[in-house]
Design a protein around this ligand. Structure first.
Ligand code: FES
Length: 99
């Protein structure tokens, strides 16, 4: 099992099987990563791997539609497209509430 720390959700720590999809773990364990489509289209699940980027799988072409070279270099990924094979910590931008 691996450990995923959801930094933006009070540093919530959950465990998951190796090679888990990051968004799926977030949904199952109430990690809190924002999402809409779940299919690599909307870009809502943009997040930053703050620790353990080396424990994620290669960046997919769909992610390059939403993330710049600089963002990729800084560890940004799209959670629904990212599989995790070791411990990571992840953060994301909290959108202001819609009134
Ligand atoms: S949830 Fe839409 S791209 Fe990931």
């Amino acid at each position: 099992m691996i450990e995923i720390t959801f930094l933006t959700n009070d540093r919530k720590v959950v465990s998951a099987p190796i090679n888990s999809n990051l968004l799926r773990v977030s949904l199952r364990e109430k990690g809190g990563i924002p999402f809409k489509c779940g299919g690599g289209l909307c870009g809502t699940c943009k997040c930053r791997i703050e620790r353990g980027l080396e424990h994620t799988d290669p960046v997919k072409p769909k992610e390059r539609n939403h993330l710049s070279q600089e963002e990729l270099a800084e560890g940004y990924r799209m959670a629904c497209q990212t599989f995790v094979n070791g411990d990571i910590s992840v953060s994301w931008q909290v959108k202001p509430a819609v009134r």
